[in-house]
Design a protein around this ligand. Structure first.
Ligand code: CO8
Length: 266
């Protein structure tokens, strides 16, 4: 018996596995390059809802397979997108709302293609690790459509106007090296290593105080929404919550006693 707890939930199009306190969500429509059809989106949403509630999960890795992280929205189902209301939410939107509101760290492990909604899925994660042959692109304009899951907004905040416009308006993909240079992704690793590296990063995060990690993520994401003055105010509020937490008392005591802290998330 190892100290690795692996429980697995597998469906036709999505699997969720566990390694200790890290969950690995794998898109599993390889024949369609993991394109996001209604079934996959619904299952991804359900999985994220479960993982948000599961207090034993401290970080989540989202991945695809070696050929494709995800090739975007399922192009054969555009009629469903046409039927969506202009105002208010619909089933397709809910998964993106769920991802944006996800309080625990989300790491995208990308091998192969991350195109359209697949690139937007990576952008919706907190950070991205990619194999060196990965490709990132927003080819929607080649189809006469535009990104609809945050791509126009998150990309420009992630890489700045000039680079974002080049990717968005040409629809031509970037290599993993280009994406790293632009700041779209955090690290390039050898092909086939992205998931292992992402899990290793997630395990390091999982060893930290979970409340502090959630508060740090919340404060950092707030920077995308607000002025510096308001962001600093938000940081101060989160800092105050953190510094009064049981975890902070534990972290302080453990440091002074030269032992490993035991965080509870409180
Ligand atoms: N949708 C549906 N099927 C797809 C998709 C897709 N996005 N991508 C690939 N497939 C299918 C192909 O049709 C093919 O199916 P079949 O074997 O039955 O013919 C199979 O996957 C394999 O594809 P290829 O034979 O083309 O494989 P290649 O390795 O040669 O090429 C590519 C892979 C480069 C991914 C190529 O298939 C491609 O260009 N796909 C389209 C990529 C794309 O344009 N993505 C953007 C889609 S639009 C979008 O994402 C908008 C998001 C809006 C979100 C709004 C939320 C509310």
């Amino acid at each position: 018996m190892t100290d690795t707890d692996i429980s697995t939930a597998v469906s036709e199009v999505l699997s969720v596995t566990r390694e200790d306190r890290v969950a690995i969500v794998q898109l599993n429509r390889p024949k369609a390059r993991n394109a996001l059809n209604a079934t996959l989106l619904a299952e991804l949403r359900a999985a994220m809802t479960d993982l948000a509630r599961d207090t034993t999960v401290r970080a989540v890795v989202i991945t695809g397979d070696r050929q494709a992280f995800c090739a975007g929205a399922d192009i054969s189902e555009f009629d469903r997108l046409r039927a969506a209301p202009l105002v208010g939410s619909d089933a397709d939107r809910e998964v993106w709302r769920e991802l944006a509101a996800f309080a625990k760290p989300l790491i995208a492990a990308v091998e192969g293609l991350a195109l359209g909604g697949g690139c937007e899925l990576a952008l919706a994660c907190d950070t991205v690790i990619a194999g060196e042959s990965a490709r990132f692109g927003l080819p929607e304009v080649k189809l006469g459509v535009i990104p609809g899951a945050g791509g126009t907004q998150r990309l420009i905040r992630s890489v700045g106007k000039a680079k974002a416009m080049a990717l968005l308006l040409t629809g031509d993909p970037w290599s993993a090296a280009d994406a790293e240079r632009a700041g779209l992704i955090a690290r390039v690793v050898a092909d086939g290593d992205a998931v292992a590296e992402a899990i290793a990063m997630a395990q390091r995060i999982a060893a930290n105080g979970p409340l502090a990690v959630a508060l740090a993520k919340d404060a950092a994401l707030h920077a995308l929404e607000t002025s510096l003055a308001q962001g600093l105010q938000h940081e101060k509020r989160n800092f105050t919550v953190a510094v009064h937490s049981a975890d902070c008392h534990e972290g302080q005591a453990a440091f002074l006693a030269k032992r490993v802290p035991e965080f509870t998330g409180k």
